[in-house]
Design a protein around this ligand. Structure first.
Ligand code: BTN
Length: 285
């Protein structure tokens, strides 16, 4: 076992040596500025988002775990998080502190994270990662990573104090997946060679740091341009989704400057800001 990292909170496990060394190298070379200001590592946790949540306010703090016993996905789903098989990471962010237009920075946070993770996957594996609105990452049409952003608000107000950005990447090939993860794949399944999880973790933090800097610096067009280039279904694809009025259908028309999905329907164009959209490919199954 490595010695406990200086300043590591009681209860966390010692940082793996490769993580300490990698972070130090990225910091020295100026490739990690905000993210990684503090890092906690755990062999097993319920959910890294749970542990990161009390750290809101500590911009750039990171929680990494080797396994999650209650990993969660969007819309109340479970995120399958077996030990040593994926990356389970949460980063504390503060998009509300953006220099210009903090509301737009907050709205675009998960799109920026999707771009960063796609860039990291490509840099480490050479695999092309597509983004499915709002921020699922697909390789060869199957889900390989997801992002869960959870905002903290001041009690009794709608003011955001920070956002925990949790992401999971399926890295290592599994003998079998639970039913809720049957449509998923892993990077090793796609690449057919072993992948160094630590290299991918460091690359993800580095790319997130760069895209987070774009966000805080109000370089929104750079984020949206990269997102659009990686999201083949955001235009001209038949989709359906659940609305309070029932199931709606239409054809995607792109995303607007705030990251909302625009869908042409019989009565005009609808703007979808959250929720689950099913795509043409899913509709044919
Ligand atoms: C999704 O696509 O549904 C989002 C999945 C997010 C999973 C990650 S793993 C690390 C962090 N902790 C969690 O409990 N969830 C996120």
């Amino acid at each position: 076992m490595n010695p406990r990292a200086p300043g590591a909170p009681h209860g966390s496990d010692p940082l793996p040596e490769a993580l300490t060394a990698g972070i130090a190298m990225l910091r020295l070379s100026g490739r990690l500025r905000r993210i990684g200001s503090q890092i906690q590592y755990y062999e097993s946790v319920t959910s890294t988002n749970d542990l990161a949540s009390p750290m809101v306010g500590n911009d750039g703090a990171v929680v990494v775990a080797d396994a999650q016993t209650a990993g969660r996905g969007r819309r109340g789903r479970r995120w399958f998080s077996p030990r040593g098989r994926g990356l389970y990471v949460s980063v504390v962010t503060a998009p509300q502190n953006a220099r210009a237009d903090p509301d737009r920075a907050t709205a675009l946070l998960t799109l920026a994270a999707g771009v960063a993770l796609a860039e990291a996957i490509e840099a480490v594996t050479g695999l092309a990662a597509d983004i499915k609105w709002p921020n699922d990452l697909l390789v060869s049409g199957r889900k390989v990573a997801g992002i869960l952003a959870e905002a903290s608000t001041v009690a009794g107000s709608v003011m955001t104090t920070g956002v925990v950005l949790g992401y999971g990447i399926n890295v290592i090939r599994l003998p079998e997946r639970p039913p809720e993860a049957t449509g998923a794949t892993s990077l090793e399944d796609e690449l057919r060679r072993p992948i160094d999880r630590m290299e991918l973790l460091l690359a993800s933090l580095e790319h997130l740091d760069r895209r987070y800097d774009d966000l805080l610096g109000a370089r929104f067009d750079a984020i949206l341009e990269s997102w659009r280039a990686r999201a083949p279904f955001h235009r001209g694809t038949r989709v359906c989704w659940s609305a309070s009025s029932g199931v709606r259908r239409g054809v995607t028309q792109g995303v607007d400057d705030w990251g909302a999905l625009l869908v042409a329907v019989d009565s005009g164009v609808e703007r979808i800001v959250s929720g689950e959209v099913r795509w043409d490919r899913d509709l044919e199954q």
